[in-house]
Design a protein around this ligand. Structure first.
Ligand SMILES: [Zn+2]
Length: 484
């Protein structure tokens, strides 16, 4: 027997209104749920209950859906890649930093646990984990309690630079890409069969410029056969845009379409450098229309780009073209509410207008937009029959007061500080802001050691033999003695 919980008289509920196909507020409403799903949203629940939660100081909202993240590596970069330079690559961190920074096997597990705990604490209940497979991956995801979609990454030809201004791609490793594709197929099956019942998988070749046409087409064909999504990084840097033009005589997005993998099951991360982007001054303006015509989803992860002064132009413009957008946390911190704050703020600055996106738009992207990209109609919305993925927001916490408008105050002021409890599939995974499934402090201790080991390896991996401190200097000089 599944036990039944009810949140009584929640001050605010973000419920799904089937008739108008949108999120709406309910006031003083009950939310009843079990491990099977949501039983009732709104009104007064009269059925038998095992646990009652007083909702008078709470907002109840759907758990947020994160369609792009790299939790097995990104947490280690905190304090290193916040403010870095790569002048010959338009300051993208992909070419001089990504290849030299990375955790060892033990570090990947600490990274993953830290990221998952951070995500749950920020109200994220579904995450796409786009990682190179690690030992014990599915079990670690299962133990965390999160709803996870594994996106095992593979590629034909990793990039490298030997001079800090040109890129080479090692196509002699193409056989590894094919092996990676086969491994991904097995992992997608294993995720579906995992006893936690919360795992699934998608096809996810790594980057447009590191994968052969054959590999991409094979991966997309398999995704279609199995009815799963297909995700790829594309249009993520100026260097990549020009590389693809040089190879194929068209933009990255147009090439994906030419080879038949730009479809309604495709998620393009990050789709920033499309042909309309002002940094490119490209003589066409076709990519946005093409993404819309193909019903392709864009995974939008503003934080990692805004650190380098890079922005999508503009989030509202993509939406007005009819493009489905989901939200991802491509970098640390794994805080999906902070990602929403950045998405809204950067869109308004880039557009020069407040109405480029609304707060309701942001919520849609982080709920039903992401769910649609993953082919799911049972998450991202609070309506009977959907999964009981719930976020309980404490309206009495100082950052939420004075309390007049709960969703805006959550995103623009309070963020994870107001997230009290989180349920995934009816199971409590965050209580009073603490993750119950992962010992975050212990994992942070492990991550601290892993970061030190990772930084020590940097000189042997950097093209110029630079140390981590040379590549990413501290914000202030450390001086000896009395600064007077
Ligand atoms: Zn990414």
């Amino acid at each position: 027997m599944e036990s039944t919980g009810v949140i009584r008289q929640a001050a605010w509920v973000i419920a799904w209104d089937e008739a108008s196909d949108r999120h709406v507020y309910l006031r003083d409403a009950d939310v009843a749920f079990s491990g099977e799903g949501l039983l009732q949203v709104g009104g007064s629940y009269e059925g038998p209950v095992d646990e009652e939660i007083d909702g008078r100081d709470l907002m109840v909202m759907p758990g947020l859906v994160n369609i792009h993240s790299h939790p097995t590596s990104e947490p280690m970069n905190k304090g290193i890649t916040d403010e870095i330079r790569s002048p010959n690559f338009h300051h993208s961190s992909l070419y001089e930093f990504l290849p030299v920074l990375g955790p060892d096997a033990e570090g990947t597990r600490a990274c993953l646990n830290v990221a998952l705990a951070e995500l749950l604490r920020s109200g994220c209940t579904t995450v796409v984990d786009y990682s190179r497979p690690i030992d014990g991956w599915l079990d670690l995801l299962g133990q965390s309690g999160i709803r996870a979609c594994v996106a095992p990454s593979f590629r034909s030809a990793p990039w490298s630079t030997i001079d800090g201004h040109s890129l080479s791609y090692d196509w002699s490793l193409a056989a590894e890409g094919k092996e990676g594709l086969e491994e991904a197929k097995d992992l997608i099956d294993a995720a579906r069969d995992h006893p936690s019942d919360r795992l699934s998988g998608i096809m996810s070749p790594a980057q447009i410029d590191t994968c052969s046409e054959d590999l991409l087409v094979s991966a997309h064909n398999y995704a279609s056969e199995r009815g799963v999504a297909f995700q790829i990084h594309a249009s993520q840097s100026v260097a990549e845009f020009h590389e693809m033009v040089k190879r194929h005589g068209c933009t990255p997005i147009q090439w994906l379409d030419r080879i038949g993998v730009l479809t309604d099951r495709t998620i393009v991360a990050h789709a920033i450098f499309l042909d309309h982007h002002s940094w490119l001054h490209w003589p066409s303006d076709d990519d946005l229309d093409l993404l819309a015509r193909r019903d392709t989803t864009v995974a939008h992860c503003p934080t990692v780009f805004l650190r380098r002064g890079i922005a999508l132009q503009t989030l509202g413009r993509y939406r007005r073209h009819g493009i489905n957008v989901g939200i991802g946390t491509d970098t640390y911190p794994h805080n999906i509410l902070e990602e929403l704050f950045n998405a809204g703020t950067v869109a308004r600055v880039e557009a020069g207008r407040v109405d480029d996106v609304t707060t309701a738009d942001l919520l849609d992207m982080a709920t039903v937009g992401g769910a649609r990209a993953l082919g799911r109609d049972d998450i991202g919305r609070l309506t009977p029959g959907c999964r009981a993925d719930l976020v309980l927001v404490d309206l009495t916490t100082p950052a939420m007061r004075p309390m007049r408008e709960p969703l805006r105050t959550l995103i623009y002021c309070a963020r994870e500080r107001a997230v009290r409890d989180v349920y995934v599939g009816g199971q409590l995974v965050v209580r009073d802001g603490e993750c119950l499934t992962i010992d975050l402090d212990a994992q942070l201790d492990l991550l601290q050691e892993a970061q030190a080991r990772g930084m020590a390896r940097v000189p042997e991996l950097d093209w110029a033999g630079r140390s981590a401190d040379e590549l990413a200097p501290l914000a202030l000089d450390v001086v000896a003695g009395d600064p007077a």
